[in-house]
Design a protein around this ligand. Structure first.
Ligand code: 13P
Ligand code: SF4
Length: 339
């Protein structure tokens, strides 16, 4: 019934409506999407879309980023803004601001936030001369950020930060995870001065479930199997895998594997199961990350009722005082990535 309703609204609005879905959405949502992509592809698509009504099926930071990039005619909608990201919530903007102020007394610290962060954190990145990144462009953005000041604060995902720093050949001795307990009062910037990169201690609740011990067991049991994981996974897991990358990179890895391959995939299960259905000639298995409970909040029922209520009153609102700096941070990412 919901599916039929969604189709009726799509017919009614035609090209004036675009439904965007992240790869971690369920098949019941993906089947209605005009565009399915990773975080970078979906953000980069916004300025190119002609539709006035853009419905974003993903978590709140994705819809907020879309609202920052939207043109004056465009309105962004989310079927459920209660679909938040556990990792983004680990870096509240007031705390990021306190810590940035403290660190910047000592030397020029450039914040580089994973897009999985609040609009307040993105605005701080713009204000402090930093930017944002996704898992697709994190190496390029980290390389850029290192040229902008004395030190980079990478947040909120410590695992992605560590994996990308390793790819940029930054030795572990030049990095440190900061202590954000007690509102950062334990941080002594002088003791961190020799570090090139500081990491915020955030983590993805889904990729956190992937353990190096399990990967080792699989490699022992099935030495022929290929293992591909998302870089939000622990560096020990990433180091053991045959490949790591964004959701779109994982998709390409599976597409390029020869028929008959056994492939363990370490990312959200909706994507793993979709790849399994799409590639019956390959033996595709989940590594055990499971589902993201927040991505799962978007249901056909909520999508249908969102489409029923497409009015300015229900569009995603971003605090106007944050838009300019958040936009600066996101536009910098799009510019540096395209260069
Ligand atoms: P990507 O699609 O950019 O790899 O992002 C993964 C993710 O965790 C989104 O929440
Ligand atoms: Fe956040 Fe992880 Fe869920 Fe992505 S998969 S929305 S990073 S908790």
């Amino acid at each position: 019934m919901h599916s039929k309703n969604i189709q009726l609204f799509k017919d009614k609005f035609g090209s004036n409506l675009a439904i965007l879905a992240h790869h971690y959405q369920s098949d019941a949502i993906v089947e209605h999407a005009d565009l399915v992509g990773d975080s970078l592809q979906l953000a980069a698509a916004i300025p190119e879309l002609e539709a006035e009504y853009i419905v974003f099926c993903g978590v709140d930071f994705m819809a907020e980023t879309a609202a920052v990039l939207a043109g004056p005619r465009q309105k962004i909608f989310s079927p459920d803004l209660g679909a938040t990201c556990v990792m983004a919530d680990m870096a509240p903007d007031y705390l990021v601001n306190n810590i940035l102020q403290k660190l910047n007394h000592h030397q020029r610290v450039i914040p580089l936030a994973y897009v999985n962060s609040s609009i307040g954190v993105k605005a701080l990145c713009g204000e402090y001369g930093g930017s944002v990144c996704t898992s697709s462009n994190a190496s390029k953005m980290l390389t850029w950020a290192l040229t902008q000041g004395d030190q980079v604060l990478f947040l909120p995902d410590q695992n992605l930060g560590r994996n990308v720093s390793a790819r940029c050949n930054i030795p572990d001795s030049m990095t440190q995870t900061i202590d954000i307990r007690k509102k950062g009062s334990n941080i002594n910037p002088a003791n961190l001065a020799s570090k090139k990169i500081l990491f915020w201690p955030g983590v993805c609740a889904v990729h956190f479930r992937l353990k190096a011990g399990n990967v080792m067991e699989i490699m022992h049991k099935s030495p022929e199997a290929l293992i591909v994981v998302h870089p939000e996974s622990h560096p020990h897991v990433v180091d053991m895998a045959h490949a790591s990358g964004s959701t779109s990179k994982i998709i390409s890895f599976v597409e390029q594997a020869v028929p008959g391959s056994t492939i363990y995939i370490g990312t959200e299960d909706n994507l793993v199961l979709r790849l399994k259905q799409k590639h019956p000639d390959k033996n595709i298995l989940p590594l055990g990350a499971g589902y993201c409970s927040n991505m799962a909040k978007i249901t056909p029922e909520l999508l249908s009722s969102c489409l029923e209520n497409l009015s300015s009153d229900n569009a995603v609102q971003v605090n106007p005082s944050l838009i300019s700096n958040a936009n600066k941070a996101v536009e910098t990412m799009l510019r540096v990535t395209a260069s």
